[in-house]
Design a protein around this ligand. Sequence first.
Ligand SMILES: Nc1ncnc2c1ncn2[C@@H]1O[C@H](COP(=O)(O)OP(=O)(O)OP(=O)(O)O)[C@@H](O)[C@H]1O
Length: 807
Amino acid sequence: MGGGPRTFPGGLSKWQYKRMHEKLARQKQRGLLRHEKQLYLARLRSEIRASRLPAAQPPEGPTTSRAHISALADRFRRPGAEDLWNADDGPLRRAKRPPTGIPPAAKQQQQRLGSGEPRGGASWKDWEEEPALDQPRPRREAIGPGGKGPSLAAFNPRREYRTLAPWFSRWSWCPNVCHPSVVGSPCSENWPFLAGGLTKFGNGSGETALALFHQERLYSVAARRFGRKWRPDSSDEDGEAASTPKRDLRFGKFGASSDEDSDSESGHAGAIRRRWSSAALRNCDMKKERRVLKSYEEENNDFAGRIRELREEIRNREVLGTERRRYESRGESLLTSKRFDECGISPLTVKALTDAGYVQTTVVQEAALPICLEGKDVLVKAKTGTGKSAAFLLPAIESVLNAMKTNTNHRVSPIFALVICPTRELAIQLTAEANVLLKYHKGIGVQSLIGGTRFKVDQRRLESEPCQILVATPGRLLDHIENKSSFSVRLMGLKLLVLDEADHLLDLGFRKDIEKIVDSLPRPRQTLLFSATIPKEVRRVSQLVLKRDHIFVDTVGLGAVETPTKVQQSCLLVPHELHFHMVHHLLREHIDREVDYKVIVFCTTAMVTEFMYIMLRDLKLNVREIHSRKPQLYRTRISEEFRDSNRLILVTSDVSTRGVNYPDVTLVIQVGVPPDREHYIHRLGRTGREGKSGKGIILLAPWEEYFLNEIGDLPIEKYPSPDIDQEMKQKVDDSIKIVDMSIKEAAYHAWLGYYNSIPDVGRDKTMLADLAKRFGVSVGLEKPPALYRKTALKMGLKDVPGIRIRK
Ligand SMILES: Nc1ncnc2c1ncn2[C@@H]1O[C@H](COP(=O)(O)OP(=O)(O)OP(=O)(O)O)[C@@H](O)[C@H]1O
């Protein structure tokens, strides 16, 4: 006889029980197959629909190499695209210049101008003469003409880009930068020959010469990507590039994943051209085609046209520059003179906006709305609290209105607009804001799909109530896509996708989920990406979700301060042992000064947040907590309470870092290093919203001071170290004592895990263990609590002195 019980639940015999389970498994399998089939059919239908609407499709068929280069160049010419340069883009091609330091094309241009020849006739070949490709190239001089500064030929982007970028941006925002009156500008100091050349032509021809210079740089990079044949002399001053084996003919540098990079086919006579879909991020969505390289000159002979385009672009930049200066001269007032009724949005939406007190647009709304409403893909960067939410919700509503005109015969309406954001609080807030804007649009519904609620309840709500706009967090959204075929079918009608806090969503933590989600969405759609911070790496990845011809709207500006100017920022260095005392002191001080105080205290982890909350509550402060370990209903209730009240302190973790709009926050305290610069900016951005003033203090232990290098460009002052009187210190110590030992231990473990994940700290495990011990002492632990062996192994902390392992 086999082992195990002889009777099974329901009085079934072993075999009956087994058969019942097999039957259930078969049913499940069938269900899954059915689901897959539905998904497959839905995709087929969408493909067929898309093929019947050729105008809405991304361009098909092989692209010429010229168009490819031109597309690359286009990206580089967009305002703010300077930060797309890779560190290894290589040096510029050597430009042959007369000793006067004036570029040859510029010189000819000058002559043509003198003789009345049109400016647009300058040829690319005039500008540069390339030595024979297989000939050894002369080593470039390090000093520019006249020995005064670096020459164009000596320009090494790896080293010089940081110098050049602010100059470029200043030039791009300031049409007169090359005028003789600004000879002392960075342009003339760093690039005397260029500035000299440009000033001689006055403004207009300076533009052309500079455009040529710009184009030279664009094309040298494009050509370098195009293949070895067009790579310029790679030996730079330190000879590093020359000694490094270069990868040959390769395309698709933008955002190529590592396995794409290691494609062994590259490096042969034919180049592999890769075309990314605008919708999906996976390899399977990539087409490979072989083709023979044409000579570069053959493909680039319409230079007059290119120059005209570049001049057009420069003019646009000047207009944007004027706009920006106007904005700055208003003292960063949030609102512009443009009203919503001039934006081309539906009158019913305008009515709802007026009811909500929105009459004029904010700077970001003024800049982004027309482009979004045109149906273009957009990447928008604007400071925290400047009204980005409305800037994407309004186009979402418009796209639903447009879609509903043609899609009327559905029993359950498709989801036309999908907004994805990283946290539940933000999703709830956006849903509420969208509801306000939809006040007069009967029959259009917005719903949220977030974790922490019951799947079945969500499902019923989605099916029974109107939902043309969906605001979701990635995890729960993916859950529905993977487990509910009818939901995936509804998404097949999608017209607009928005990623709010896009940099965070495209960051490693969320990237996989976002890839899967984007994969399951229809391709002909508009995509909008919004954030207050867009780091360079994310900018590259974002290009895989956006169409090639997307527009980058940057209301912050390259090199400008990314934080609200009216927020006073300071930093306080205090040993760990005094962190909690110091937080209490800062809060007391602020409460005494501000009648209607509203403070957010950010802690590194959920458990440290809980510890801080219990301690401050015991110290009789009016305090609330929100973190990931609290149930969703509780989080929502506290979030609403904090939004609507004053004289309250919210202790929270990173769940409140991004997007959440709590009006009139007077102080933000950040305890410990944030995971990165972006977190610092977003946390700080909870105050000083809508152009109001506020204060931010970051409290660090002396060993955490290294983080200040990451935010060194922000206007942060040193906070004078306050004295904590003995009586207060004793009170805080007493409150620390009353916190439950299990919470203290959990806080220690969480702290250790958090700092272990920060590369700058987690590298040196012995030091980390020592610092964690000090943190443990600061929360009242006499000795560090033991870790599970498995956890210690995972964290690389096994056998590290100071780390105790549970027996
Ligand atoms: N046109 C407008 N007129 C008046 N107030 C506005 C306007 N647009 C937005 N606001 C207000 O500005 C505040 C900030 O808006 P919002 O939350 O959209 O900022 P955000 O840029 O998305 O911030 P974050 O980067 O933190 O997500 C909100 O209180 C909102 O009501």
